[in-house]
Design a protein around this ligand. Structure first.
Ligand code: C2E
Ligand code: CA
Ligand code: CA
Ligand code: CA
Length: 287
């Protein structure tokens, strides 16, 4: 029965099929898991490409399932969004990111630890309490608003007046917004003008293969053209950029030559436990 449950779950997560049983099951299971404290955060370093220093982190949620072990968010975030559980789950992610980040900031100072970013779903932006919750998470933790980077996808920010108002209120709080997975949406360029973002995260799909430049690999050329256009346009608009999904040194070098100063990816640091980030920051401080 366990095997079948797992197979259903995986199929469900792909979005190809939505068996009702699995839907109901995962909804109830997520609620139980949240109450049982089974969610935790891992942190992936944001790295200054030139010096390879960790300058901040992205917070990524994990489900420590008692039977299945660690479950990836790709499997449960879509279900959490559909069932609405993303609202309380996102609240936990926000509060925990602020709490942990305030501790890092207090221990290492703003030269070593600069910023932290949780991911935020559009469902959360529709929650009328969201802005108040961000304000409370900042106040309770003492983490400064301008060091909190909320990561939003392009599709999320295109959702009408309520979302737009929330984004502007967040901006007024001093929180910064990052456009995640940039380049994969439909209206990336016009969005840059309209949306109060401070940071653009170049999607991994433009980084994959960007280092390959044997003659005739048009795909690599196209990726480079996009990567270059994004960094130039962002610069012209006064936005910072982060290149995501860097998996090897050649990609890091290529992106640096194109003008990227900050990167993220397995080559620079995998998502890891808070204690490991603490050790990295301590090593940098003691340099
Ligand atoms: P994302 O925000 O684009 O996060 C980056 C994902 O890429 C993470 O997967 C990360 O582990 C992975 N990644 C980073 N570097 C590399 C690399 O070099 N190569 C490869 N192949 N992958 C890399 P993860 O942690 O499984 O998260 C997947 C997605 O789930 C995230 O994509 C985000 O959309 C969502 N997510 C994660 N945590 C949260 C959360 O707390 N709230 C919400 N709403 N969504 C979340
Ligand atoms: Ca993200
Ligand atoms: Ca991303
Ligand atoms: Ca993504």
């Amino acid at each position: 029965a366990k095997q079948r449950g797992k197979a259903n779950w995986v199929r469900y997560a792909t979005g190809m099929e939505k068996p009702l049983v699995a839907h109901a099951q995962i909804g109830g299971d997520l609620r139980r898991a949240l109450d049982a404290g089974e969610f935790r955060l891992v942190y992936q370093p944001l790295v200054e490409l030139r010096t390879r220093r960790v300058i901040g982190v992205e917070a990524l949620v994990r489900w420590m399932h008692p039977e299945r072990g660690m479950v990836s968010p790709a499997e449960f975030i879509p279900a959490a969004e559909r069932t609405g559980l993303i609202v309380p789950l996102g609240r936990f992610v926000l509060r925990e990111t602020c709490r942990q980040s305030a501790a890092w900031l207090a221990e290492f100072g703003p030269d070593v630890f600069q910023k932290a970013g949780p991911n935020v779903s559009v469902r959360q932006l529709h929650d009328p309490e969201f802005v108040a919750e961000v304000r409370a998470a900042l106040a309770d933790s003492g983490f400064p608003a301008e060091r909190l980077i909320l990561e939003l996808t392009e599709s999320a920010v295109l959702r009408g007046p309520q979302v737009s108002r929330a984004l502007h209120e967040l901006n007024a709080l001093g929180v910064r917004l990052a456009l995640d997975d940039f380049g994969t949406g439909e209206s990336s360029l016009s969005l840059l003008r309209a949306f109060p973002a401070a940071i653009v995260k170049l999607d991994k799909s433009f980084v994959d293969g960007i280092e390959l430049d044997e003659p005739g690999t048009a795909a690599a050329d196209a990726r480079q053209a996009v990567a270059r256009a994004v960094v130039q346009l962002s610069g012209a608009l006064g936005l910072d950029t982060v290149a995501e999904g860097i998996e090897n040194e050649e990609q890091a070098q290529r992106l640096m030559r194109l003008g990227y100063t900050t990167g993220q990816g397995y080559h620079l640091g995998r998502p890891m436990e808070a204690e490991q980030i603490t050790r990295l920051l301590a090593a940098q401080r003691d340099l």
